[in-house]
Design a protein around this ligand. Structure first.
Ligand code: PY5
Length: 301
């Protein structure tokens, strides 16, 4: 889009370039977020979804990595609003805040190195096919909590997701499901996972080497609103195969039904009724159509 926000200033996106020896490019030393803003054509407004929660997680990721963001949660929310207005956004967009180690050095101790904080916006539609996708439980395991704090959204760790999704795609599937080191279901390459059995929703607990997804939290909250029971528990691979429904959640993925896992048809091979009901409510919430969740939204206009 026209402008990006870099260290407190709006600059033309074309001018936002980085030197070749940038630390983050070589070592993945960035922390980032993925946020969505939804355009509501009923009242011609744009709503950023759970901006505060995303920027709190951004700060948590930074703290874990000993990176200093340089801007408070409130300043980052204000910067996001300023950028969306400057870009005159009237459509659904993805917002990508990032703080990266911008020093040009080969040293690994980043504690005193210069960082750059930027926010970029891009037009964004569906990340995964909403009609349902095929997933593969790949042989690559999710990086375990004891090897890296998976609560932190750190760029370098995404090579684990990249190798997993390539494995799934070359085998003809749409997305990967990763198990953790203990053999339990962790998450997708860029999504959390829920299964439904006999009307109850289950999702892996946060200590099972997953990113603590904000959409995951949203779904747990709004599903309970709909009178559904949601339980956080360890999930085995066979529970995936024999679930009545499975769906992924994520800022990019929203709520995406998984209709086939490792060649086993899930339910009747179509998106299930509970996933569809939860997704429809989720879309209402993010578009500002549910008054009780308006506090999750930052209106832009
Ligand atoms: N797990 C992983 C590994 C993720 O990358 C993501 C988000 C999630 C779970 C869901 O987290 P949340 O609900 O807070 O978004 N993935 C990013 C996203 O914007 C990047 C995907 C390429 O959805």
């Amino acid at each position: 889009m026209k402008y990006v926000w870099v260290n407190g200033k709006l600059i033309p996106e074309k001018e936002a370039t980085i030197p070749i020896l940038t630390h983050a490019l070589h070592y993945g030393t960035s922390i980032f977020e993925g946020i969505r803003a939804y355009w509501n054509s009923d009242n011609n407004n744009l709503y950023v979804f759970r901006a505060r929660d995303h920027y709190v997680r951004f700060h948590d990721s930074a703290k874990i990595m000993s990176i200093k963001v340089g801007y408070s949660v409130d300043e980052l929310i204000d910067a996001t609003v300023e950028l969306l207005r400057a870009n005159d956004v009237h459509e659904d967009v993805y917002i990508r805040p990032i703080t990266f180690v911008s020093a040009s050095t080969v040293n690994l101790d980043i504690r005193n190195l210069d960082v750059t904080t930027a926010i970029i916006t891009v037009p964004f539609g569906h990340y995964l096919e909403p009609k349902g996708i095929k997933a593969k439980v790949v042989s690559w395991l999710r990086v375990h909590n004891s090897m890296f704090p998976m609560k932190a959204k750190v760029s370098g760790i995404y090579v684990n997701s990249v190798i997993a999704i390539i494995d799934a795609k070359v085998s003809g599937f749409d997305e990967a499901i990763l198990l953790n080191r203990d053999g339990y279901v962790a998450e997708g390459s860029g999504e959390n996972i829920f299964i439904i059995k006999d009307g109850i929703l289950y999702t892996p607990p946060v200590y099972d080497s997953i990113l603590e997804g904000i959409t995951r939290d949203t779904i747990i909250t709004i599903a309970r609103d709909l009178g559904l029971t949601v339980t956080e528990k360890r999930i085995t691979r066979e529970e995936l195969y024999t679930a009545d429904e499975v769906f992924f959640t994520g800022t990019a993925a929203e709520v995406t039904p998984v209709v086939n896992i490792d060649g086993r048809v899930i339910g009747n091979g179509e998106p299930g009724p509970i996933a569809l009901k939860v997704r429809s409510y989720y879309m209402d919430v993010v578009h500002g159509r549910v008054s009780k969740y308006k506090n999750w939204l930052t209106p832009i206009y």
